[in-house]
Design a protein around this ligand. Sequence first.
Ligand SMILES: Nc1ncnc2c1ncn2[C@@H]1O[C@H](COP(=O)(O)OP(=O)(O)O)[C@@H](O)[C@H]1O
Ligand SMILES: [Mg+2]
Length: 490
Amino acid sequence: MSELQDLTTLVRAATPLLVIETVDEQRVIECFRHVIAQALHPLWRWTLTDGLQRLDFARRDGPSAADVTSTLEAIRAEPERGIYLLFDFHGLLGYAMSQRMLREIVQRQRSAAHTVVLVGAKVELPDELEALALRVPLALPDLKALAAIMRGEALAWQREHGRRLEVDNDAARTIVRNLLGLSAPDARRIVRKLIYNDGALGSQDLPELMQSKFALLNRSGLLHYEYATASFADVAGVSRVREWVQRRRGVFLAAEPDPVLDPPKGVLLLGVQGCGKSLAAKAIAGGFGVPLVRLDFGALYDKYQGETEKNLREALASSEGLSPCVLWIDEIEKGLASGGEDGGVSRRVLGYLLTWMAERRSKVFVVATANAVHELPAELLRKGRFDEIFFVDLPRAEVREAIFAMHLTRRQLDPAVFDLPALAEASEGFSGAEIEQAVVSALYDVAGGGTLDQATLRAALGQTRPLSVLMREQVEALRAWAQGRCVAAD
Ligand SMILES: Nc1ncnc2c1ncn2[C@@H]1O[C@H](COP(=O)(O)OP(=O)(O)O)[C@@H](O)[C@H]1O
Ligand SMILES: [Mg+2]
């Protein structure tokens, strides 16, 4: 393992201060046990509960107290050069005195050439110490290590229950693949839960796996797991999008990169409000057969002032941990407030998003939707950012018929009873959402008794003033812009 070589090299070079951010303390100890097998230095561990203890063959306890100052004094007084793993120690460095002492050890003032290793989930240091520290990323377990974790948990369950665990090998492989990106303790916790739920590992565990993984990865809280994806059968009038997705599905999901075809990166769905963009985004995830996560782009800003870019970075990294998946940014224009009022933050956010989209190698397919084009920065619309920009227009007559049929059927009504072409004609300029609304309100009109008929539906349509009429100019402008720049979704 190369990270072990790295650690060994760092210890050999007598690097004074290392920082390892992880919750996997056991793994850190194991790594350093390997290191001292070669470098032969005393290995010490400090925890709040046990104080300082020597871990290698020469077991010996230091000052048992959790007292930071006496711990640091003991380290400084130790004549033999050693490795000190200090777990959750950084949080106690609040006092100038302890900071100063640690600095003196690290700078080897009246101290042997120790290597101090600060370990914790998140290690934040005062600037003076940070400048002296070397942060070592601990590699996440690979497929082999994850498979070993799964085997270990399976054996433990079998020992405990005295019978064989039912394992579906294909599903087990999928589970292991989906644990990539998690730390060893997290992966172990999830696998254990999947096994102990039902004494089996099979495809029935996959949804729970994705949700647990999502809960772990979504530290920024800006991603939302959309449990309900849709199917293209639920959206009328996006036949081109459906074909586009079907044609790319194989390459998107392939384990090995295609030698000729670039993997699909993402699409922008642009169009009139209420015409099925959000629904189509869900259908794209359904079409690819992968989970859907929504990035709350607007919330990037107000969550913690000044942390916007970090939030975005974390959210995007989390989505990569969930790959293959569809990352959905709904109404992207709302998160990209144009103009310079926000100190250029939204500029930088967009820049980061675009760079990430261009460079990422993981299977995250981005679907962005937008209702307005004039609010979108030009760089988002430039060729090559998205694979395609689809324009989702107001539905034409045939599509309106299909939308009526869909929403009538959904409410236990037989569309064959209605004159659909006539309804389509009466709903010229209506969006899908408005058609659905008309069906809903017509149903209320007859809720007291009686059945929904053609006349009631027509009356409901007559009472609706569609957006395309109320905002004729905006809709026309959007359509004009889309001409020649976008691909029609239908
Ligand atoms: N093309 C369509 N086919 C079927 N239903 C539609 C269509 N367009 C809109 N609807 C209905 O209207 C609702 C709102 O549409 P939505 O997808 O949110 O539109 P948008 O995101 O374009 O504003 C949908 O959930 C669906 O019930
Ligand atoms: Mg929408």
